[in-house]
Ligand binder design. Structure first.
Ligand code: NDP
Length: 309
């Protein structure tokens, strides 16, 4: 009974030792030392190489070292019958809560303008609306999105959330499906994308969507770079329809040195740090989920590959 690890990190050896200590009954191996492919029953991966997972004929489950599974599903040669489990956890949710609240508050209180005025030694006070007068829209009401919605509502914001299905969250107006998307967007001044990357969400942050937001709206994307049509955002900012964007995820990461986002004064770039898996607790989540899988118990992090999340 062996487990293979594919991670693009210098800490691969640390992860190997960490998982081995948490799963003493399973022989944990790094990808490059996987040995006999027939012995591998479990794979713990982040962005595995195309066709790599198909090498293991007896694979029973794939564990994504992250909340998203798009990096696994993009492998067209992946053994499709093998279940995919994602990795979440309370620390991931808390970090995402911090990031989303920080950047919503920053936009709400116009902090970027105040910081820019400091450079010019400009003392220019101004009053901003209260949180209750600011309408925040969260796209995606999953583990991370619903927590962010509740947290923003607790700060006093007027919060709406949009998902595939109907959700009921106290103090949050909820919208469901394509039919209610327009109404959701029309009332949103700060839009936060917290969707999984699937065929129906790829490119969702585009010119048409921006046009449905009120003039002067702001965008926060913490989901995936491929949700955003980059030129559409730059155009919408240049025309003044979108006021400001904070982006944590990009089509190409690291963001290339010559990318125009770096120097756009109306865009804040952060290096995919909204909420990173803590290796210590993430390893424990992985071990716990795997143990539950082996025991045939229910796993809340089990995904639906057909649905894409
Ligand atoms: P979940 O899978 O728990 O929730 C996804 C939500 O999106 C659900 O509410 C779902 O609706 C909704 N949804 C999916 N497809 C559609 C659609 N076509 N139209 C409308 N709503 C849709 O995801 P999480 O909250 O755990 O995470 C969200 C994403 O955040 C991850 O997939 C990942 O890409 C990203 N992420 C980014 C991090 C970072 O550091 N930047 C860190 C961690 C995650 P329903 O509830 O009806 O099914």
């Amino acid at each position: 009974m062996a487990l293979v690890i594919y991670l693009n990190t210098e800490r691969r050896q640390w992860w190997l030792e960490h998982l081995q200590s948490l799963l003493p009954g399973i022989d944990c191996r790094l990808w490059e030392n996987a040995g006999d492919p027939g012995e591998i029953l479990y794979a713990v991966v982040w962005r595995p190489p195309t066709g790599g997972l198909a090498r293991f004929p007896n694979l029973r489950c794939i564990i994504s070292v992250g909340a998203g599974i798009d990096h696994v599903l993009q492998d067209s040669l992946r053994p499709e019958h093998v279940p995919v489990i994602r990795t979440t956890g309370s620390d991931l949710t808390l970090r995402m809560r911090e990031y989303v609240c920080l950047h919503v508050l920053r936009m709400h209180r116009r902090s970027m303008e105040i910081e820019a005025r400091q450079q010019q030694q400009l003392w220019q006070p101004g009053i901003t609306p209260t949180a209750a007068e600011r309408r925040i829209g969260i796209m995606g009401l999953g583990k991370l999105g619903s927590d962010a919605a509740v947290s923003l509502a607790a700060l006093g914001f007027s919060v709406a959330g949009w998902a595939n299905s109907r959700h009921r969250i106290s103090n949050v107006d909820t919208y469901a499906g394509v039919a209610e998307k327009k109404r959701f967007l029309r009332a949103t001044e700060i839009l936060v994308c917290m969707l999984p990357l699937t065929e129906s969400t790829r490119g969702i942050l585009n010119r048409d969507l921006f046009a449905q937001l009120p003039a002067g709206a702001c965008i926060i994307n913490v989901a995936r770079g491929e949700h955003l049509i980059e030129n559409d955002l730059t155009d919408a900012i240049a025309h003044g329809h979108i006021d400001y964007a904070t982006l944590d995820v990009f089509i190409e990461e690291p963001l290339p040195a010559d990318h125009p986002f770096w120097h756009n004064p109306r865009i804040t770039v952060t290096p995919h740090i909204a909420s990173m898996i803590d290796p210590e607790s993430g390893g424990k989540e992985i071990a716990r989920n795997l143990q539950r899988f082996i025991n045939g118990e229910t796993i809340s992090d089990l995904t639906d590959a057909d649905r894409g999340y």
